[in-house]
Design a binder for this molecule. Structure first.
Ligand SMILES: [Zn+2]
Length: 136
């Protein structure tokens, strides 16, 4: 549980580049539709709610709660030695749900609705991986 989970540096696309660039600086940003205020996840160049392409990024709170999770007892490949670990959907304070890991926690203590905050794990070849840990 104290070991860092595998953290391959993410490949970016035109749609995800602002997210990963901010994460590399230790900032958590989300895209939002300027036409209808929908906060969008995963990153897209248009709003899935109203279809507008007037989308811009903003600094999000980094706060959320555990919406759903599983404890992976026997991970595959490079994840095996880090098992057990927590794979979770985090419901962000801004609305969307993000699939990620909950870290810095005993997996047996993770619970639905547990408050969490964003964590940045150093990527293997630069940048940061975005994960969540218990809110203090
Ligand atoms: Zn919209």
């Amino acid at each position: 549980m104290t070991d860092q989970l595998p953290s391959p540096t993410p490949a970016t696309t035109l749609e995800t580049e602002p997210f990963w660039e901010a994460a590399a600086d230790g900032r958590f940003v989300l895209p939002r539709c300027n036409a209808c205020d929908e906060v969008i996840w995963y990153p897209r160049l248009f709003c899935p709610s109203c279809g507008s392409n007037d989308v811009s990024w903003f600094e999000a709170s980094g706060n959320g709660t555990v919406y759903s999770f599983t404890v992976v007892e026997r991970g595959q490949g490079g994840w095996r030695e880090h098992s057990p670990y927590v794979l979770a959907y985090i419901e962000l304070a801004e609305g969307p749900r993000m699939l990620t890991n909950v870290i810095d926690v005993d997996p047996d203590t993770v619970a639905i609705d547990m408050p969490v905050t964003v964590r940045f794990d150093a990527g293997k070849d630069g940048g940061n991986i975005v994960r969540f840990g218990p809110a203090s």
